[in-house]
Design a protein. Structure first.
Ligand code: SF4
Length: 292
């Protein structure tokens, strides 16, 4: 396979055929993200992409899903995406769902009709990194998208019939904006009510601007119980309008949660209250297990 650099995919795509269609991320400015630093963004040549599809299709693995990497593959022109998706499915009739990372800018560039056409071809799920619902936090981390645009694009994806999976980052507001970040992010997720929502914890990676801010003392990360209180506050304000599967079971988190909202929300809050009140370390993931 012509994989260039580290191939990053959502945990739920662990068993998917992974086809790299772009290298890096067209935005590549988020201060917390070290995934593609130092790597120029480019779209891979269609011949190379198809050769990878041929190779992966020859392995005899009964794939039912495929994932298009890297950081925001939805940025590709729709005709190219349709060509790639069509080729994957023609070679692998069992594949019924194609997934893709989709940043807000990439979704905004697509028309509703283009998204519906992609859905019809097999694009079944889009993963959108939201990080925060707080405008100031998003400005500081250079996310390149603010809450109103995130909501507009989230609706576009769901209106096209594509499943939407969103991620937010605990700790990204630092100690300074922890409370505002938690409340605004909870409200924002409730307002958008994606099919799936996941909370990850920000990791301080040495090749990022956020790490430099941390070293200089400009950014302070909440401690583990501070992060837990942030998560609790976020969930308290997350009033979904339709069913949402919420997880915080990513390896970066101290407290793994898997819950269906709205029905499990009160039980989750009560369980979290018990842990926070007792400062119950035993319920949290040990530090050595948080290595990614
Ligand atoms: S948009 Fe996503 S992949 Fe690109 S820099 Fe930001 S977090 Fe990283």
């Amino acid at each position: 396979m012509d994989y260039v650099g580290n191939i990053i995919r959502p945990p739920s795509e662990a068993h998917s055929m992974i086809i790299q269609v772009t290298v890096g991320c067209s935005h590549n400015q988020c201060t917390f993200c070290g995934a593609y630093k130092g790597r120029d963004f480019c779209v891979k040549d269609i011949k190379t992409i198809k050769a990878d599809i041929d190779e992966a299709s020859s392995w005899g693995v009964p794939f039912t899903k495929a994932f298009l990497a890297d950081g925001d593959a939805l940025i590709l022109p729709t005709t190219d995406l349709l060509d790639i998706i069509g080729y994957i499915r023609a070679k692998n009739p069992r594949i019924t769902r194609i997934g893709v990372y989709a940043n807000t800018k990439a979704i905004a560039k697509k028309t509703p009709d283009e998204l519906k056409e992609l859905r019809g071809a097999g694009l079944g799920i889009a993963y959108q990194g939201i990080e925060s619902g707080n405008r100031e936090v998003l400005r500081r981390v250079k996310k390149g998208a603010f809450p109103h645009k995130q909501k507009e694009t989230a609706e576009k994806i769901m209106d096209a019939g594509i499943l939407l999976s969103q991620t937010v980052l605990l700790g990204i507001g630092g100690v300074e904006l922890s409370r505002e970040h938690a409340i605004d992010t909870g409200k924002h997720l409730g307002d958008m009510s994606p099919d799936y929502a996941s909370a990850l914890t920000v990791m301080l990676l040495p090749n990022t601007g956020l790490y430099r801010d941390y070293q200089s003392g400009k950014f302070r990360l909440p401690d583990k119980f501070g992060l837990l209180e942030e998560l609790r506050l976020m969930i308290e304000h997350m009033e979904v309008k339709r069913p949402c599967f919420f997880t915080s079971n990513h390896a970066s988190n101290y407290l793994p949660i898997r819950a269906h909202f709205p029905e499990d929300r009160e039980a989750v809050l009560k369980a979290m209250d018990r842990i926070i009140k007792r400062k119950d370390d035993n319920s949290l993931r040990p530090e050595y297990m948080r290595a990614l």
